[in-house]
Design a protein around this ligand. Structure first.
Ligand code: LLP
Length: 432
């Protein structure tokens, strides 16, 4: 995180608070959020994109504290369930700045979205278009149509969403995207008077997540502008908004590629401008939906070492008090992390280590190929950076392990955003 500092005694401080002090006060595992880092990244995106709308993708990490912070920084919010919307509602997130996503929005999701008056619903199927048209308050809704532009961002297969043959959106290549536009505009009388169903605000695409190839975003922008032009040619309607989604990759380890918001902003805006000039279209209002790029670096997870074993393959197996229940990403995507000793300075040089979790699965490995001081021992604190996005939000109670708290740090102070689960929490829904 931006405010992380190595202390002379080997500890690490974040937001002016030492990890050892946080662990003593809140226990471990502990998810620490550097508030300054989140705010800085919100501003970097806003600065890079001028008058574009930046909508934070709440799936990366959402709680009331985070939603408030996002609102304060002037960002919009992308939600994808009535649960995420409930958090937005709880902090009175400005409804006009909320976007509702989802390839299979349930009746509850749609009811909640329309009831709250979200600024845009991103339609993902013909049946959803029909449901929105039939909804009593549908006509007051603004809609985006989600398009699969057929651009491959070159990320993990499970995170690829812009190609044909995956579940999201209307493929551009088959004509389904154009047909979706036809269905929505077909509900409108000429000039938009007597409109039944939602207003079509524009088009949306999202290529996937953890993408670092900027040319993929440029290519998607060009294809989407061409579709805006085709809509204008067929219907005589110039749609005002173009949402290019999120997916901007971050470096989990030193030396890995990371999307620079400024370069992204320059290249994407230029691609849109040039494509619009080519098609003689006015430049649409852009929307971007970064999730990981806002939250990932702000997070550090602190664990306590429980046991140390010699590994058959050399090095040591260091087991900690968390694992796949607070970080399922290594298991799901083969995600790689770094780890360091915190709380004290190690001695005896570094040696190869594998950091494993406490869960009842051999695949519960947090960090492969780690290096830790030779004297690492039970009771030590370990810190894993870059755990602010898709960690807390993907946490589970596997093995009935209680989910960790999230504590925000800033200017030498810590405050709890989400408290640790208790045994009562675990039993609260177990009513048999
Ligand atoms: N917009 C839409 C419509 C999305 O589906 C997503 C992410 C985003 C924006 C934000 O993408 P980001 O900027 O965070 O890459 N659990 C996976 C990531 C799944 C992303 C799902 N959709 C992981 O841990 O890597």
């Amino acid at each position: 995180p931006a405010t992380a500092r190595a202390e002379p005694d080997g500890d690490v401080s974040i937001g002016g608070v030492r990890i050892a002090a946080l662990a003593a006060r809140y226990g471990t595992p502990l998810q620490i959020l550097d508030e300054e880092d989140v705010r800085g990244r919100c501003r970097a995106f806003r600065d890079a994109f001028g008058d574009a709308e930046i909508a934070y993708a709440g799936k990366a990490f959402l709680c009331r504290g985070m939603a408030s912070l996002i609102a304060e920084e002037g960002l919009s919010l992308d939600v994808c369930s009535d649960g995420e919307l409930a958090v937005a509602r709880a902090v009175r997130f400005p409804p006009g700045r909320v976007l509702m996503h989802g390839n299979a929005k349930t009746p509850d999701d749609l009811r909640a979205a329309l009831g709250y008056g979200v600024g845009r619903v991103v339609a993902d199927s013909f049946s959803e278009i029909a449901r929105l048209a039939a909804a009593p308050d549908g006509a007051r809704t603004r809609m985006l149509i989600r398009v699969a532009p057929g651009v491959d961002g070159g990320t993990h297969a499970a995170l690829t969403t812009g190609t044909d043959g995956q579940k999201f959106g209307f493929p551009l290549s088959t004509g389904a995207a154009a047909e979706a536009v036809r269905r929505v505009l077909g509900q409108h009388d000429a000039g938009g008077r007597g409109r039944r169903g939602p207003e079509l605000a524009g088009l949306h695409c999202h290529l996937g997540s953890q993408i670092t190839a900027l040319d993929a975003f440029e290519e998607a922008a060009r294809r989407m502008v061409a579709l805006l032009a085709a809509v204008r040619d067929e219907h005589g309607v110039v749609l005002p908004e173009l949402d290019l989604g999120g997916g901007f990759g971050v470096a989990y380890r030193p030396g890995e590629a990371e999307v620079d918001p400024r370069e992204l902003g320059e290249r994407v805006r230029r691609a849109v401008r040039e494509a619009c000039a080519l098609h003689r279209l006015p430049v649409p209002r852009l929307v971007l939906e970064p999730g990981r790029a806002i939250a990932a670096h702000a997070g550090v997870t602190a664990y306590r070492v429980v046991s140390v074993k010699r590994a058959a393959a050399g090095g040591v197996l260091v087991a900690v008090d968390g694992g796949m229940s607070d970080n399922p990403r290594p298991g799901l995507y083969g995600a790689a992390y770094t780890v360091r000793l915190a709380g004290r300075r190690g001695t005896g040089g570094d040696r190869a280590a594998t950091v494993v979790g406490r869960h009842c699965e051999a695949g519960d490995v947090l960090v492969r190929d780690a290096r830790l001081p030779a004297d690492v021992r039970p009771g030590d604190l370990l810190a894993v950076p870059c755990t602010g996005a898709y960690h807390h939000s993907m946490a589970s109670n596997y093995n009935l392990v209680r989910r960790p708290p999230v504590v925000a740090v800033r200017d030498g102070r810590a405050r709890t955003l989400v408290r640790r689960e208790t045994a009562e929490d675990l039993l609260a829904r177990d009513v048999g």
